[in-house]
Every structure is written in C-alpha cells, then in structure tokens.
Design a protein around this ligand. Structure first.
Ligand code: HEC
Ligand code: HEC
Length: 294
C-alpha cells in the first residue's frame, strides 16, 4: 500500500470512529421487563419519585397520555408524548433496552436523539434496576390512545444536534458537590439528583442550557429560587418534610406554579424518603455545602 493510501485509511478509521462515538447507539443490554405485581408496584413508586406525571399526565387525564406543552428557552414548543402502552400513539411494545436508552441516554428506539426538555440528564443517574421497574409499571398501566402532535420548533433546530450537546454537557456540567457517608443523606441525594429532578429547575444553566452542577441548587433566575443547604439554613427537617407533603414553606407560604406539580408527587413518597430529602437539603455539612464557582 502506498504511504498516501495508508494515511487516507488511517484518517478514514479515525473519522468513522469519531462518528460512531458521536452518533453510535450506546451499548446497553436488553433485559426482560418483569410482569409480577411486586415489580410493578416498585415501578409505580419510582414513577412518583421521578415526577414523570408532572409532564406526562395532564390534569384530569387517566394516565400519562401526554399533551402537555413546554416552552423552549431557545424558541418553540415541546409537546410531551404519550407514554402509556398504546401501540399506535404511545410506547406499547417497548423493550428493556428501549427504556434504558431513553431514560439514561436520551436516545429513541430508532437511534434518534431526544431533546433535554425530557430530563434524561437527571434520569441517567438512576440505577438500571429502577429503570426496569419503571418499565414494568409503564407497560402494565392501561393503554390510552392519544395522538400528540410533533414539537413546534424553529427550523434550525435538529435533534441530531443533541449528539454534540450531550458530549459537551458531559464535560461542561461538572460534578455536584460530594455528599458525606451518612446513608440517609446519600439516599436524599439520590432522590433529588436521579429521580426528583430538583436541579432541572433549581440549578443554574450555562448559555447552552446545560446545568452547572458545581453550583447545584443555586437557583435559576428565570425559573426558580435558590434551594442550596446554605440558603435553607433557617429550615428545620420538619419544615422541609412539610414542604414535600403540603407545599408549605418555612415561612408558611404555599409554593405555586410548577412547584405545585412537584408536590403532587413528593407527597406520595414514604416518610422515610421524605426524611431523606430533608436531611440532604437542610443538614449542612462541609461535604454537602456547594462550592460557589466564580
Ligand atoms: C420536565 C418534563 C418531563 C418529565 C418530568 C418527564 N418527561 Fe418524559 N418526556 C418529556 C418530553 C418533552 C419528551 C419528548 C422528548 C423528545 O421528543 O425529544 C419526553 C419523552 C419521553 C419518552 C419517549 C417517548 C417516545 O414516544 O419516544 C419516555 C419513554 C419518557 N419521556 C418517559 C418518562 C419517564 C418514565 C419519566 C419519569 C421518570 C419522564 N418521562 C419524565 C418530558 C418529561
Ligand atoms: C418544574 C420546575 C421545578 C422542579 C422540578 C422543582 N421545583 Fe422547587 N420550585 C420551583 C418554583 C417555580 C418555585 C417557586 C414557587 C413559588 O414561589 O411559589 C419552587 C420553590 C421551591 C422551594 C421553596 C423555596 C423558598 O425559599 O420558598 C423549595 C424548598 C423547593 N422548590 C424544593 C424543590 C425540591 C426538593 C425539588 C425536587 C423534589 C424541586 N423543588 C423541584 C420549580 C421547581
């Protein structure tokens, strides 16, 4: 082989490798989705802990049949899809692999890219076992037929752009402050960071819309207030549990807006999990206090 051909071949291999890295479908297994009552019940709990209904289930709907609209900060409107097991208009027939790819990688069964209006950057922190429990629940609920129209987005926005966005987000989001080894605080951190997606609204974002995890819960100007442990230092753990159960703050105000939908789900959690949330958010330790970035 001539040296020029060798170089071309090498370049070709590198380019293909890069394309595969950027667009390739992540390797996940394809575990079976269980159908037993215990798994389905665990999945229902995770559905609430993950606040899925806040976006997928409209007020008055019998299930997560979609239709809710979310304004995009970059222009246009997202329409939340039907995630009941209806074959024609929902996600009937989804496999374990499909659920793992969607919730943990933001990828559709066909290999396409979801928009981060679907909080997969948070749900990627869920354990595979919990994603599969959730899958069991979502495949067991009644199928509801509801055709949701496509997103209405400006013409320059293509979902494949999320290929690069996901890689950049992995680098630019940073890592959230470490939590100490208290198991209750760790459970609270898991609930907030993998399921309750508190940071999707309460953590500031950069100009590309990526959460700035080093500044976790410092509030996001346009959307929601700061809820870092330092900010909540006046709150007792009981106050915080009261918020999760009733939507009442330490100043006896009731939260409104989108936070009301959050409370609909946190109020369904076990007391043990509500206490874990409270421990994580109010028990300020050196390890949990966020380090502000300049
Ligand atoms: C903040 C709103 C929001 C929350 C909370 C949310 N989703 Fe979604 N979800 C979306 C949006 C928007 C899309 C569409 C994304 C796209 O088309 O790119 C979506 C898409 C999906 C899809 C893909 C459906 C399809 O037809 O391809 C699944 C599955 C899904 N969500 C499941 C869940 C589960 C399970 C939870 C809870 C753990 C959840 N979602 C929580 C907004 C949300
Ligand atoms: C969809 C966006 C959204 C999500 C998700 C969200 N919040 Fe909120 N949160 C808000 C908004 C908006 C407010 C302000 C409500 C008001 O002023 O009435 C708020 C208010 C609060 C407050 C009151 C702060 C104060 O000083 O009064 C606390 C505490 C809080 N949220 C905690 C949480 C926790 C914990 C989670 C995760 C389980 C969470 N939030 C998830 C939007 C959100």
């Amino acid at each position: 082989m001539k040296i020029r051909n060798k170089i071309l071949l090498a370049v070709g291999v590198v380019v293909l490798g890069l394309l595969y890295w950027v667009f390739g479908i992540p390797m996940v297994g394809n575990p079976a989705i269980a159908t037993d009552a215990a798994t389905i019940a665990r999945g229902e709990y995770i559905y609430h802990a993950g606040g899925c209904g806040a976006c997928h289930q409209l007020e008055g709907a019998d299930g997560p049949s979609g239709g809710y609209e979310i304004e995009s900060p970059f222009g246009g409107t997202f329409r939340v899809p039907n995630i009941t097991p209806d074959i024609a208009t929902g996600i009937g027939g989804w496999t374990g692999k499909d659920f793992l790819l969607a919730l943990k990688h933001g990828r559709s069964p066909g290999g396409g890219f979801y928009w981060p209006a679907f909080p997969y950057r948070t749900y990627k922190n869920m354990s595979d076992a919990e994603v599969l429990d959730l899958a069991a629940y979502l495949q067991a609920i009644p199928a509801l037929s509801n055709e949701v129209a496509d997103h209405d987005l400006p013409a320059w926005q293509f979902s494949w752009m999320m290929a690069g966005w996901n890689i950049l987000a992995g680098i630019l989001e940073g890592t959230p402050p470490a939590v100490g080894d208290d198991p209750q605080i760790q459970r609270g951190a898991y609930l907030a960071r993998a399921l309750g997606h508190c940071g999707e609204c309460h953590t500031p974002r950069n100009s590309l819309g990526m959460m700035q995890l080093t500044n976790e819960f410092a509030g996001s100007e346009a959307i929601s207030p700061e809820i870092s442990p330092a900010e909540l230092s006046g709150w007792t753990e009981e106050d915080f549990v009261g918020l999760l159960q009733l939507g009442m703050t330490a100043n006896f105000d009731f939260v409104g807006g989108e936070m009301e939908d959050v409370i609909k789900h946190t109020s369904l959690l076990t007391e043990e999990d509500q206490n874990a949330y409270a421990a994580f958010f109010t028990r300020v330790t050196d390890a949990t206090a966020p380090t502000p970035v300049e």
